[in-house]
Design a protein around this ligand. Structure first.
Ligand code: NAD
Ligand SMILES: O=C(O)C(=O)C[C@@H](O)[C@H](O)[C@H](O)COP(=O)(O)O
Ligand code: ZN
Length: 366
């Protein structure tokens, strides 16, 4: 069990990690003195497994509960899904003191958060992440939003939850591919922030499934990843500078995701590919040693993540897509590049030839 605080100038909150805690969610939320109406947003898969436990825990402590389900998958992460959440909120007369609970992976978390940020100009929001990726990353830090047909997460708001409640037991039902996808963001923390976490992952026998990972290592992964994200977000809530490092691997990763219509790679897989490309860019620019890049790429492979991209992805399309990255300033794409395991830098000095070469290598390796 760990408790981590995201310390912010306003609205600090707790990340509570505890086995079996889903059945205590209602009691935990009661302590926050939220209004009586709670709308639980989920998808049919996750709700099928955990809906009853979640609703029962809320009901037990006297919340008036409603539910709204969105079909699973990144392809549903768009504004039309948000409008349907608004419809349910309206039909049930949610008030400003009401709360939206996101019960699901990052897709549900990002959309529920955006609906909470915008309905009545802001209602309470609680994150109950159920995928590894959402536990270690998406549920923390208040980035909420949806995709635009032209690009990933282009619509959204910074809106912090009141609580992040993590019950690692629910990972038992997470598909293995999704577990591996979550490991990509964990490896990201190792490269950008926490060299010790990186070494622990290297030393572990298995990191590619819930069944095979040591329970103690899983606890370490959850606690250290959430701590890393909390440390960064506490210093730079709205990405004025430092927070951009959490976007390591995402510039090319997001391009790969959207260019393949969210059908070929899940987010974590695309981030893994993006980290390999960013590592290659850093080597070419002389800021990273090949040996360190090999360590990163070996760990990505050990986690069962892809290391090559489908030839369907064309270099010219990647170069075009990265122009809509949110880190573009004065027309220049800002890349997060590793310096050593545990430290990165932000630079706008990457030529398109170097980007081109790094993507060609990703394709060439396939
Ligand atoms: N806001 C942020 O800071 C942030 C950070 C990282 C990623 N994201 C976003 O998060 C999304 C990716 O999240 P994700 O990887 O969780 O994908 P996801 O939300 O699509 O969930 C993956 C799949 O696992 C299923 N699932 C989730 N928990 C389960 C469980 N316990 N048992 C059985 N099935 C379960 C879901 O139904 C889904 O099919 C992307 O949209 C990405 O952009 C946001
Ligand atoms: O929290 C952040 O900041 C991140 O960048 C975390 C990323 O893992 C996450 O995928 C985020 O949604 C990407 O943000 P975006 O601003 O590039 O859309
Ligand atoms: Zn991400």
């Amino acid at each position: 069990m760990s408790n981590i605080t995201v310390s912010l100038p306003q609205n600090s909150y707790e990340i509570a990690i505890s086995s079996g805690s889903l059945s205590q969610l209602g009691a935990k939320m009661k302590q926050l003195k939220l209004g009586e109406k709670v709308l639980v947003v989920s998808n049919p898969e996750v709700f099928g497994y955990y809906g009853d436990t979640c609703l029962q825990s809320l009901e037990e402590v006297g919340f008036e509960i409603y539910q709204h389900l969105i079909p699973a998958g990144e392809v549903h992460k768009h504004l039309q899904s948000i409008e349907k959440i608004y419809d349910t909120a309206l039909a049930n007369h949610l008030e400003r003191s009401s709360t939206l609970v996101a019960l699901g992976g990052g897709v549900i978390g990002d959309m529920t958060g955006f609906a909470a940020a915008t309905w009545l100009r802001g209602v309470n929001f609680v994150q109950v992440p159920t995928s590894l990726l959402a536990m270690v990353d998406a549920s923390v830090g208040g980035k909420t939003g949806v995709n635009h047909p032209q690009g990933k997460n282009l619509i959204g708001a910074f809106y912090q939850p009141k609580l992040v409640s993590i019950d690692p037991d629910v990972l038992q039902t997470l598909p293995e591919r999704e577990f591996r996808a979550g490991m990509a963001e964990v490896i990201k923390y190792g490269v950008i922030w926490d060299a010790e976490l990186f070494s622990e992952l290297e030393q572990a026998e298995h990191i590619d499934s819930f069944e095979s990972i040591e329970p103690e290592l899983l606890n370490t992964i959850l606690a250290r990843s959430c701590q890393a994200k909390a440390d960064v977000v506490s210093q730079d809530e709205k990405e004025a500078g430092l927070r951009a490092i959490l976007n390591y691997g995402h510039t090319i990763g997001h391009a790969i995701e959207s260019l393949t219509d969210y059908q070929e790679y899940v987010h974590g897989e695309a981030v893994a590919l993006g980290m390999i490309a960013a590592g290659e860019i850093a080597i070419q620019m002389g800021s990273w040693k090949e040996a360190a890049a090999n360590r990163q790429n070996k760990l990505i492979a050990k986690a069962g993540l892809p290391t090559t991209v489908s030839a369907k992805v064309k270099v010219k399309d990647v170069l075009e897509a990265i122009k809509s990255d949110k880190k573009v300033k004065s027309g220049k794409v800002h890349f997060i590049l590793p310096k050593k395991i545990g430290a990165v830098k932000i630079t706008d000095k990457v030529s398109s030839d170097v980007v081109k070469e790094s993507v060609l290598q990703l394709i060439g390796n396939s």
